[in-house]
Ligand binder design. Sequence first.
Ligand code: SAM
Length: 257
Amino acid sequence: MQFELEAKKSLGQNFLKNTTIIQKMVDSCVKIATKDTIVLEIGPGTGALTEYILKTGLETIAIEADDRAIPLLTEKFKENKNFTLIHEDVRVFDISNIKKPYILLANIPYYLTGYITRKFLESENQPKAMIIMVQKEVALRINDKKSSLASLGIHTYGTPRILTHVSKGNFVPAPKVDSSVLVVENIQRDLFPNKELEATYWELAKKGFGNKRKQLGGTALKGTTHAELTQYLKKRPEDLQVEDWVKIAKIYTEIGK
Ligand code: SAM
């Protein structure tokens, strides 16, 4: 059987060919994994990364949307008891079905970076860590704490760092831009003692970033006269850090009571 696929642009398929980078991603996962940890891979494609994950003996659940990849992956890993393949779009995947602590380790399609990070970090069943391929520009923004909604999400729930940069020539077909492997550790939701605060936090942040050139006094904080909030009225969402949004959300949940 031929373990190759003709890349589909609509599925964000850029296959990673450099095994040194694959090994680096897997090594970083092994360092974080404990005895009961499993791996969740989104978009195994032809199984290049999967093969290296399975070599470590870690149990692996892989979710793949491409119909063409399913027989190929089934055949390739048919002898491996640690491998479970789910033929599904990750956007409909129910995270509560994962019953063990897990690490999200994947070369995810770029068109879903924001969606996937938010879905998993905000879920009740958060991963222990994420090791994901993202566009270099996105990784640098996150690393420099330059605020965007995606960056805020990562800093709210975890501690990010760049594992390595990956130039576009390491993929087939080569994407237009370079990439980086982002590691997010210490994932938790300790900032939010209750759901209400978390919901208010995101409601306000989304309002702010929805119109990010505007000052917050005209968007998320419109109409407020609260003394502790006046310092933020002339600021833009990118000027604020996680602590600022938490402070604002705490005041808003108190006002709402
Ligand atoms: N893991 C392979 C590698 O490293 O070479 C492939 C990575 S490729 C960048 C992205 C993978 O995600 C492809 O296999 C693609 O079919 C899959 N994919 C794209 N959209 C998806 C979705 N909505 N749900 C699940 N998988 C998806």
